[in-house]
Design a binder for this molecule. Structure first.
Ligand SMILES: *Cc1c(COP(=O)(O)O)cnc(C)c1O
Length: 475
């Protein structure tokens, strides 16, 4: 009988990879990183190498930084896996997939109270996320504005867009990529969203639109959309302008219709001409899917829509990209069918409850002040009291790092101009956060706070000892 040692010696390790992953040469030799290997790795090994490397990423369920979905049920998972091979753009080949995206646009237009019949005919499209949706909505505003200027035989060379300084970065991108002057309403020490009067003061004949955010990324606060609409109505009538309002409802578009249907922020308001929403945020679909809807097809200039026939049939497209996976759209439709209005309402109501629970626990710690508001997005944003920072010398950045040791990912960041003196922590309450998880998080936050305060008092005691009793009276 061969000894164990002899047995191994007789094995050709280079060909043992089919049976062994960790025992094969692939775990001893470097994995190709920057140059494509001439010969490929066995599938099992390639899978294992990548799977293991990804363990260094954060755990998506503990990622309280993101608004984006990290959990869907098994049926959604199965449906989406089955449809990974479908290209969204192949409308002629996959006509039912295109139909399903149209069902989704219809459901959303009605959810956002688009006028029907005489009043208008809503149009919209699926996008990669709110970012693409915003670029498309911004382009439509720019084109419409230019058309109006051309009809009036006036200069159309200096478009501008009015929005709060708290906009998500995509608006800055839109302004730069598509050459529109961004006009930001500055925040103040106690206003973290757009100011209506301040915004109106920036609007002029070259304004392609005003942006209202249903759920600021910074604090979750809803901007005063109805007040923006009313102020625009007054201004437009007075000046004979047609400056539209676009609502960036990336997060709130899937929250407010279920939790506060009476809140008027959508197409019920005259000047709200277009709305974007992220399907992959509170639409509860894996990344990336978003939507943009116009209240009427007249708001979407026909020369932005392209018609191609390379795939057979006439195919209208208004997207920045061409090909992309269809499974996110199908996942969205699955959620609509499975959850329905009641299901979404149940989820969103429960998230509000959890946000309230975390808010009162954080307030109860006596060290923080809140920047988020209950009844807005289920987000908990809070900053350390000045006296705590002064006394113990730690910041929200230290807390964020300390929480990371337990796996929680909670971003610490500074506010937008001109409130950047405020540094805050933000917890986005998402579908996968149960009450239990919320309590575990709060306990870990409490421990983190105590860690820094205990450390500081230990340090002061040692200082006292070192300096000796004679100096005690001086300090
Ligand atoms: C997330 C977000 C965006 C960007 O949306 P994506 O879906 O991530 O592309 C834009 N605006 C607001 C207010 C957001 O919260």
């Amino acid at each position: 009988m061969l000894s164990h040692k002899q047995d191994l010696r007789g094995t050709d390790l280079s060909s043992a990879h089919h049976a062994l992953t960790y025992g094969s040469r692939y775990t001893r030799e470097p994995v190709p990183k920057y140059v494509m290997p001439v010969q490929g790795l066995p599938a099992e090994v390639a899978y294992r190498v990548i799977h293991d490397e990804l363990n260094l990423d954060g755990n998506p369920s503990l990622n309280l930084a993101t608004f984006v979905t990290t959990w869907m049920d098994d049926h959604a998972g199965r449906l989406m896996a089955e449809t990974l091979s479908k290209n969204y753009i192949d409308q002629d080949e996959y006509p039912q997939t295109t139909e399903i995206q149209n069902y989704c646009v219809n459901m959303l237009a009605r959810l956002f109270n688009a006028p029907e019949g005489e009043g208008g005919e809503a149009v919209g499209t699926g996008t990669v996320g709110s970012s693409e949706a915003i670029h498309l909505a911004g382009l439509a505003m720019k084109w419409r504005w230019r058309k109006r200027r051309e009809v009036l035989k006036m200069d159309a060379g200096k478009p501008n867009l009015v929005m709060g300084a708290n906009v998500q970065v995509v608006w800055e991108k839109f302004a730069r990529y598509f050459e529109v002057e961004p006009r930001y309403v500055k925040l103040t020490k106690d206003r973290y969203v757009i100011g209506v009067e301040e915004a109106m003061a920036m609007v002029d004949e070259n304004t392609i639109g005003v942006v209202g955010i249903l759920g600021s990324t910074y604090t979750g606060e809803y901007e005063p959309i109805e007040a923006l609409n009313d102020a625009l109505e007054e201004l437009n009538v007075k000046k004979g302008w047609e400056v539209p309002l676009h609502v960036d409802a990336a997060s709130g578009g899937f929250v407010v219709p279920f939790t506060q249907p009476q809140l008027r922020w959508d197409f019920r308001l005259k000047w709200v001409k277009s709305i974007n929403v992220s399907g992959h945020k509170y639409g509860l679909v894996y990344p990336g899917v978003g939507w943009v809807v116009w209240r009427d097809k007249a708001e979407l200039p026909e020369d932005l829509v392209f018609h191609v026939n390379y795939l057979g049939g006439d195919q209208p497209t208004f997207n920045l990209n061409f090909s992309k996976g269809a499974s996110q759209v199908l996942g969205q439709y699955y959620n609509f069918l499975f959850l329905g209005m009641d299901g979404y309402r149940a989820v969103m109501t429960s998230l509000h409850g959890i946000a309230e629970r975390i808010t009162s626990a954080v307030e109860g710690m006596g060290r923080f002040w809140m920047l988020s508001k209950l009844g807005h997005l289920p987000v908990v944003a809070f900053a350390l009291n000045d006296d705590v920072m002064k006394k113990y010398g730690y910041t929200v950045f230290d807390l964020s790092e300390k929480l990371r040791e337990r796996g929680w990912i909670v971003p610490a960041y500074t506010m937008a101009p001109d409130a950047e003196g405020i540094a805050l922590l933000r917890v986005v309450v998402r579908e996968s956060m149960s009450r239990d998880m919320a309590d575990l998080f709060v306990a870990d936050l409490q421990r983190a706070v105590e860690h820094f305060e205990h450390e500081k008092s230990q340090h002061s005691k040692q200082e006292e000892k070192r300096k000796g009793p004679q100096t005690r009276g001086v300090c």
